[in-house]
Design a protein around this ligand. Structure first.
Ligand SMILES: [Zn+2]
Length: 187
């Protein structure tokens, strides 16, 4: 079956057997677990209004499906949080405020599991983890300033540290990331 993308809010046509559907709540978000037909090979998640409908392959156990649904819910929540923030405007303002180069592209990343952000100086490209969207804005700003400073200095030399120190809440933000059990130098 070809994979289709269903816009948020649109209820996809029924193509599941009438079995195995279950309503669960994970951290307040309503999740509808639907066991797919035998032809279904992948897990699919669609946001239907406020509810996340997760259709899972026939062979998958209910426990596995629930676990997968939880991962999808976290990712979906991050995407919702991120969609409320104009990350490009934010990075450009910080570049102006702290006299750093203007980036060419700034994008959210769902993939960065271990890193908060990354910078490709040759392309002027900055990527930040969508996990940051749920944190206080001054923490996100710190990570952006850190990546903007890499457009000038690739390493974490004292010269680099001096650029980042232009951001007044840098130390506080580093403390916040440490408290989240993450290495603030892993940027
Ligand atoms: Zn760095």
């Amino acid at each position: 079956m070809p994979r289709r993308t269903v816009p948020d809010g649109e209820i996809p046509p029924a193509r599941t057997e009438n079995l195995g559907a279950a309503q669960v709540y994970i951290d307040g978000m309503e999740i509808e677990l639907v066991r797919g037909t035998r032809r279904r090979k992948h897990v699919e998640a669609v946001l239907v209004g406020e509810r996340l409908r997760v259709t899972f392959p026939h062979w998958m156990s209910a426990a596995q499906a629930r676990e997968t649904a939880e991962e999808l819910r976290v990712r979906m929540q991050r995407r919702l949080d991120a969609s409320r923030i104009d990350i490009v405007a934010r990075a450009r303002k910080l570049a102006r405020d702290y006299d750093l180069p203007r980036p060419k592209t700034v994008t959210w990343s769902d993939q960065q599991q271990s890193r908060w952000g990354s910078c490709t100086p040759d392309l002027g490209a900055i990527r930040v983890s969508s996990r940051l969207a749920a944190f206080p804005s001054w923490v996100l700003d710190y990570v952006l300033v850190h990546e903007l400073a890499h457009l000038v200095q690739r390493d974490h030399s004292p010269a680099f540290a001096a650029l980042v120190a232009r951001y007044p809440l840098a130390e506080r933000a580093r403390g916040f990331l440490i408290a989240k059990d993450l290495d603030p130098d892993d940027l």
